[in-house]
Design a protein around this ligand. Structure first.
Ligand code: AMP
Length: 239
């Protein structure tokens, strides 16, 4: 499994949630799984950053929360998620298709709201990427993101071929504005107090797979694919 080939059995209906501390590699893995299984990758963080850049009403409201590393209020966030899911067409979309959620849900209220949104078919799997605090702190300070396509790099273990340039689209790479020390500290605190209980909640529902986030992107993708295949097997690939 290289993470680059398409998945033979994929029918585009995988419904996956990715959890994990900031810097655990959620975004990178969500992009890889999205390509492998041909399901849309939905990142509420990306949606908020796009809204801020566009200067939309949601962006104006969200900006101060993003800058401080605080959670955007649930009403706004759930609205943004719903809009994204409703906008999916074809095999995606809330009516029967799949998605990979990256950065949602981040607290129990959001998890309950998601239950209602995906009512009926529910989720196939929740993957939690396990990474130590010291490791994520190192990764976040070395993280660079393409301003154009959102591809994620790490200057230490996944640098771009040409410094400062995206391998995928040639866009300019930069550091995220909320990858400052104070905002990182705050985001990690919120992860422990608000998001960690979400993992326990999914564990009780029998949906959680915990994957070690140490190692190369390929090494992390492999056990995620194993967990997905097991979950799809349990579901019997029903449409
Ligand atoms: P991320 O890219 O997932 O790290 O998200 C960046 C920022 O967007 C977070 O620090 C929050 O301010 C905001 N955000 C993203 N997803 C959510 C969410 N599910 N609930 C509340 N705020 C969120």
């Amino acid at each position: 499994m290289t993470g680059e080939e398409g998945h033979k059995d994929s029918d585009g209906s995988l419904r996956l949630v990715m959890l994990g501390r900031q810097g655990s590699g959620k975004g990178t893995q969500a992009q890889r799984i999205s390509a492998l299984y041909q399901v849309p990758h939905i990142s509420t963080g990306d949606a908020f950053r796009a809204a801020v850049q566009a200067g939309s009403a949601v962006g104006l409201e969200a900006r101060s929360y993003l800058d401080r590393g605080e959670l955007v209020p649930d009403e706004v966030t759930i609205g943004v998620l719903r809009e994204r899911l409703d906008g999916l067409t074809g095999p995606g979309g809330t009516k029967g298709g799949g998605f990979i959620l990256d950065g949602f849900p981040r607290n129990l209220a959001q998890a309950r709201a998601l239950d209602v949104i995906v009512d009926g078919r529910g989720l196939d799997l929740v993957v939690k990427l396990e990474a130590a605090i010291e490791e994520v702190l190192k990764r976040l300070s070395a993280r660079r993101v393409c301003n154009n396509c959102g591809a994620v790099y790490n200057l230490v273990d996944h640098p771009p071929e040409v410094p400062g340039k995206c391998d995928v689209c040639g866009g300019v790479l930069s550091q995220r504005e909320d990858d400052t020390e104070a905002a990182i500290r705050r985001r990690l605190e919120i992860y422990e107090s608000e998001t960690a209980p979400v993992a326990s909640w999914y564990q009780e529902k029998g949906l959680l797979a915990v994957v070690d986030a140490a190692g190369s992107p390929d090494e992390v993708t492999r056990p995620i694919v194993v967990a997905i295949e097991a979950a799809l097997g349990r579901r019997g690939h029903r449409p």
